[in-house]
Design a protein around this ligand. Structure first.
Ligand code: MN
Length: 263
């Protein structure tokens, strides 16, 4: 039994990570309230993800995460990931919803927890990977909240609360974030291009992959730097509304979005 106290903000590998044939996803926002998305992910693990050596989850995999000691609430996902990790390399990064994932959970599923942001090498190519919320620098209110919940003292305090209290904090935050999002100007909830480009230049990266904004795109930022935004997942019944992944076709990045039922 690992210690119940975890400080995820201090945990995670700083990379760089060496990859050969990665597939990237983010923003599935898995929860029991959206079982069809959960099932779509389980199908994805056995199909598309199975054909790639490494699976990288770049944040907001869960709609919220109240602590590694509550991983039993998502046992189906834990079992599926652990099974996948037996034959594939698995990497997971914090998002703004599941930033309380720690090393204990990563160990439980056989994954490597990655710091946000991180450099990855695929052959000769240098990639910069991030969830993306830290690059939404024009949203000062959000960044202030982000700093608070990523602080050691906040995490230390929260992890000492009983699960039921942590759950109500998470549900409160989720409701607030939903109502704020609907009233915010679009540019506030998007990344700041200059900040992203500066990070890519510093990392000598030619390809940036991030999620968070729910605005999937492949964009040439300069002659040499490409930015890819991962799609969020939202399945209802047989027909997905949204979903997809990014993989590399040789050196060329490929954004695949699901438009029909994904079996
Ligand atoms: Mn996010």
């Amino acid at each position: 039994m690992l210690s119940p106290f975890s400080c995820p903000t201090l945990e995670g590998s700083v990379g760089p990570v060496s990859l050969t044939d990665p597939i990237f996803i983010s923003d599935l926002h898995l929860s029991h309230t959206e079982p069809d998305t959960l099932h779509a992910f389980l199908r994805f693990l056995e199909s598309d993800a199975d054909h790639h050596r490494e699976l990288l989850i770049l944040g907001d995999f869960f709609d919220y995460w109240i602590g590694d000691d509550a991983s039993f609430t998502m046992q189906v996902v834990v079992d599926a990931l652990r099974h996948h990790a037996k034959t594939h390399a698995l990497y997971i990064m914090h998002g703004n919803r599941d930033f309380m994932m720690g090393e204990r959970f990563a160990k439980e599923i056989g994954a490597t927890l990655l710091k946000d942001t991180i450099v990855a090498k695929v052959g000769q190519q240098t990639l910069l990977l991030s969830h993306g919320d830290a690059w939404c620098t024009r949203d000062h209110d959000y960044q202030a909240v982000r700093r608070r919940v990523r602080s050691i003292w906040w995490q230390w305090l929260v992890m000492r609360l009983p699960l039921t209290m942590r759950l109500s904090i998470a549900e409160n935050a989720r409701a607030k974030s939903l109502s704020r999002k609907s009233t915010k100007a679009a540019y506030l909830t998007d990344v700041t291009p200059d900040v992203v480009l500066e990070a890519a230049t510093k990392a000598k990266a030619t390809l940036i992959i991030h999620g968070h904004t729910h605005r999937p795109t492949v964009e040439a930022m300069t002659d040499t730097v490409t930015r890819i935004v991962l799609p969020d997942w939202h399945f209802v019944g047989d027909k997905p509304k949204r979903g997809g992944y990014v993989c590399l076709d040789g050196a060329t990045p490929k954004l695949v979005t699901f438009t029909e039922r994904h079996d």
